[in-house]
Design a protein around this ligand. Structure first.
Ligand SMILES: NC(=O)c1ccc[n+]([C@@H]2O[C@H](COP(=O)([O-])OP(=O)(O)OC[C@H]3O[C@@H](n4cnc5c(N)ncnc54)[C@H](OP(=O)(O)O)[C@@H]3O)[C@@H](O)[C@H]2O)c1
Length: 331
């Protein structure tokens, strides 16, 4: 079967990581890149030996040279770029969070259904070997009944980066949307959706949340304790707690190592390395879904993306961060 021909939208940090990964996935081919600038597009294309580059996202959407688009622009651009590609009949793998608001997300999935193409949030972390292994261990009862999860994804930007989109409300910036999204997906993987109460606190900087802590209590009694930050470093790690012990997960949402501490006093370390930089699994999964003609990914489901988008809307309401996109959704 012919490889799925991808075009990348945007040429920033994550577009580079995607381009480095895709050459290791035989089912995929990097066919084109689109930038707002011809110069940047050409430089990116030369770096990765991509045959085609475009000086606008619109022109790549119109091209027959791609079957699928990978959206790698700031959060505020996800809805516009995705909808443009879906209308042109392209399958779309869109960076996280797939949208700034749940209302945007609903529009995007509706358009994908109407156009009979696949739309998936690039929640690569759900597909890496460490997450698959941890979920298997939990299913097998290695930790007993689950009592809670904990995860911290906190980093700090440099002072000269203050004009970055992560600090801009109009781009859907802030810690929750940028990295807190991983914690919410992580909590959902292990504890499900039956949340009975949620409380959130955030420190606000320039209209976005710079440090955010969220507590979720589930009907089972389990509790998720999640934090995210863009101007504060914490150890990037997490735990899954159960009645028979706990698992320590460095880089909790996409671990390459699982350390089990069991109640009988034993400890076991399981290595779960990525195939490459961690993106290969999601690219291969996306290609398999398209090849099988699936309307949606059965793993990174539209329901999971929508569930977390709604949670993020509700969490932001608690601490009062509003984006221009909220007014559009309400209007
Ligand atoms: N999966 C992950 O691990 C991961 C990690 C980091 C980021 N991300 C996500 O990937 C997306 C992009 O993040 P990034 O870190 O790659 O950002 P970035 O380095 O700033 O790159 C974003 C790219 O988007 C394009 N763009 C379009 N409109 C823009 C605007 N108004 N301002 C700035 N750039 C604009 C630019 O490409 P052109 O100038 O060529 O058009 C730019 O190079 C975000 O959704 C982010 O959350 C995911």
């Amino acid at each position: 079967m012919r490889p799925l021909r991808f075009g990348i939208v945007g040429t920033g940090t994550i577009a580079h990581r995607f381009a480095r990964a895709i050459c290791h996935v035989p089912q995929a081919q990097l066919a084109a890149v689109a930038s707002r600038s011809a110069e940047t597009g050409e430089a990116f294309a030369r770096e990765f030996e991509i045959p085609l580059w475009f000086d606008s996202y619109e022109s790549m959407a119109q091209s027959d040279a791609i079957d699928a688009a990978y959206i790698a622009v700031p959060h505020s651009g996800h809805v516009g770029c995705t909808c443009m590609m879906l209308r042109s009949g392209k399958h779309v793998l869109c960076e996280k969070p797939m949208a700034v608001t749940a209302a945007e997300g609903e529009r995007m999935f509706r358009l994908a259904r109407e156009n009979g193409v696949l739309l998936m949030e690039a929640m690569w972390a759900r597909l890496v070997p460490g997450t698959l292994k941890m979920l298997e261990l939990v299913r097998q009862g290695a930790l007993g009944d689950l009592l809670g999860v904990e995860g911290k994804f906190c980093y700090t930007m440099d002072e000269d980066e203050m004009d970055h989109h992560v600090f801009r409300p109009e781009h859907g910036g802030g810690a929750l949307l940028d990295v807190g999204v991983y914690g919410l997906h992580f909590a959902r993987w292990y504890l499900g959706e039956n949340v009975q109460s949620m409380s959130a606190e955030a420190s606000i900087f320039g209209g976005v949340d710079k440090h955010t802590c969220v507590l979720l209590r589930y009907a089972s009694g389990a509790i998720a304790d999640l934090s995210s930050a863009i101007l504060l470093r914490k150890p990037n790690e997490g735990y899954v707690y159960g009645s028979r012990g706990y698992a320590y997960l460095p880089r909790f949402y996409a671990p390459q190592r699982i350390v089990l501490h069991l109640s009988d006093g034993t400890q076991q370390t399981i290595e779960t390395p990525y195939a490459g930089n961690g993106f290969e699994e999601q690219i291969a999964h996306f290609c398999a879904c398209v090849a099988e003609g699936l309307p949606a990914s059965p793993v990174v489901t539209p329901e999971s993306t929508m569930y977390v988008l709604r949670q993020m809307d509700a969490i932001r309401r608690q601490f009062g961060v509003r984006y221009p996109q909220d007014a559009l959704s309400e209007g």
